[in-house]
Design a protein around this ligand. Structure first.
Ligand SMILES: C[S@@+](CC[C@H](N)C(=O)[O-])C[C@H]1O[C@@H](n2cnc3c(N)ncnc32)[C@H](O)[C@@H]1O
Length: 496
């Protein structure tokens, strides 16, 4: 199956809940034992997109808005095909995706989950599949070439893992059908290899399902992994001032999901004791672990609580993380205006700068092999990230600390550079000097990098999808801010 060359497709953005589907979701939650949904909240159409959750009255900080037992969440481990997925060692978002497809196409009315799951749509209101940017037509992608989504996140590429996941799902569907007579999900995994268009359409449905899962999923615990959480997934995202917090106890037995002592831990402890030649620790027999099990235990619930007071009528927001628009689009299918987490990646421009100035080669090589590790350890930054991914200007037009440090390295006097390079071990390298130099390197190089960016990136705003338009506007604004900062800085250098 070769699906790499995809034909142009119509693209659309945003998959939201229809008001007509809400009663099914609310009934599903009411039917769950030990569930609680605050009568002080209302779910209705939101100005930001689809539906959202609103305060029906003034609500105080600390109030619990939602409580659900983990048994009522839709995870691969809770699904009807949980055992099959486990036997074939399928987990993560792929397992959730396949479980969702079976629940909504094969089990349908017989599925406990469908009253909730059918509210999750993979098409927009015009019945177009909602696909991530990597699956847009070439023409639609062109406008984002050279943007941070492209150069930093590689978000315009269709992911091979998704295609491999689809192929695996098709194979498993055939196998389960032959071995147990389980019907193959029609319209999704019933692929006819000789019909290319049909295969591509089904592949796209698979991708759109994965995108819908990604836009709603919560990380629950070591047993459930990723799961869909009814009602919790109706809170929209705020970039700056989220009102609620989602809580779930992560440390549970990965084999059965028990929060406390369970038969697996008991067996493990007994085995360990046996190996050490002793007897089983007290309270570790299977009987006592059963006695301790309390189904209404708070540890077996997930909840959403208010982190601040909200006023009647106000929309109540969650936070999906401190994410730039590039990541919001890649994972959730939307963007927000004036996102303070936006940035412009300048990794390719730094590469071009080094390529065209041979004298920087030795310093750059030292930085990528040794300096970056030493610097990130010293500055408590993430050592694992490749240095070029930290090369950006932020939403205020300020260079990131690693960008400023690297540009200082290029401008460092020869004696200082030799001292840095000849440190006996990387951890002894006096990398703090790169910070102490202030904005010397930025003044010398940033305008040139911004000019390179302008040359390499010519976004065409015609026919651009709205979410992409927000990204383009944001990146242009950031570049303008960075340039004016530099002009102000450089002119103050001559007038001071
Ligand atoms: C977890 S759902 C939130 C509920 C959703 N509005 C609904 O109707 O089902 C995530 C989706 O909501 C929309 N969304 C959430 N926050 C948003 C925001 N700040 N601006 C625009 N759309 C948003 C996006 O379509 C996103 O894919």
């Amino acid at each position: 199956m070769n699906l790499v060359e995809l034909p142009p497709i119509v693209l659309s953005l945003m998959s939201n809940t229809l008001c007509d589907d809400l009663s099914g979701v609310l009934q599903f939650v009411r039917d769950c034992r030990d569930s609680f949904w605050s009568p002080e909240c209302e779910i209705r159409e939101s100005p930001v997109g689809g539906v959202g959750v609103f305060a029906g009255t003034d609500i105080r900080k600390g109030s619990t808005l939602l409580k659900l037992p983990k048994s009522s969440l839709f995870s691969a481990s809770n699904s009807t095909i949980a055992n099959l997925l486990l036997d074939d060692e399928i987990d993560g978002i792929l397992a959730l995706n396949i479980a969702f497809i079976y629940e909504t196409t094969v089990f349908r009315e017989k599925s406990h989950w469908v009253p909730y799951l059918k509210s999750i749509r993979i098409c927009d209101e015009q019945q177009q599949l909602v696909l991530p940017p990597g699956y847009w037509s070439d023409e639609a992608k062109r406008c984002l070439r050279g943007s941070t989504l492209d150069t930093l996140h590689d978000g315009l590429r269709s992911e091979t893992e998704v295609q491999e996941g689809f192929e695996l799902a098709v194979d498993l569907a055939r196998k389960w059908n032959q071995e147990f007579g389980l019907p193959i999900p029609q319209g999704y995994l019933d692929v006819r290899p000789d019909d290319r268009d049909d295969t591509i359409l089904k592949f796209h449905r698979f991708v759109a399902t994965a995108y819908a899962m990604s836009s709603r999923v919560f990380e629950i615990d070591a047993y459930h992994g990723s799961a869909l959480v009814p009602i919790a997934d109706l809170f929209n995202h705020s970039t700056t001032a989220p009102d609620v917090r989602f809580t779930s106890l992560y440390e549970v037995c990965p084999l059965c999901g028990e929060p406390g002592m369970c038969k697996h831990l008991v067996a493990e402890a007994a085995l360990e004791a046996q190996e050490n030649g002793g007897s089983s620790p007290p309270g570790s027999d299977a009987e006592s672990s059963d006695e301790e099990h309390d189904p209404s235990n708070e540890d077996e619930l997930v909840d959403i609580t208010l982190e601040r007071d909200v006023k009647k009528g106000q929309e109540i927001f969650n936070s999906y993380g401190e994410l730039s628009n590039a990541l919001l689009l890649a994972r959730y299918g939307f963007t927000v205006r004036n996102n303070p987490h936006d940035m412009v990646h300048l990794g390719n421009e730094v590469r071009a700068l080094v390529r065209t100035h041979g004298r920087y080669a030795a310093r750059t090589q030292w930085w990528s092999r040794t300096g970056w590790k030493a610097y990130s350890r010293w500055s408590a930054a993430e050592v694992q990230t490749p240095w070029l991914s930290e090369i950006f200007v932020d939403s205020r037009g300020q260079p990131s600390d690693p960008l400023a440090a690297f540009l200082n390295l290029l401008e460092m006097p020869e004696t200082q550079w030799l001292q840095l390079r000849s440190a006996p071990t990387p951890s002894n390298a006096p990398v703090h000097q790169l910070q102490d130099m202030g904005d010397v390197g930025t003044r010398a190089h940033l305008l040139r990098l911004l000019a390179y960016k302008k040359l390499s990136w010519r976004p065409s705003p015609g026919g651009v999808p709205p979410a992409a338009r927000v990204i383009l506007h944001s990146e242009r604004t950031i570049l303008r801010r960075a340039r004016s900062r530099m002009y102000r800085r450089n002119s103050s250098r001559y007038t001071d």
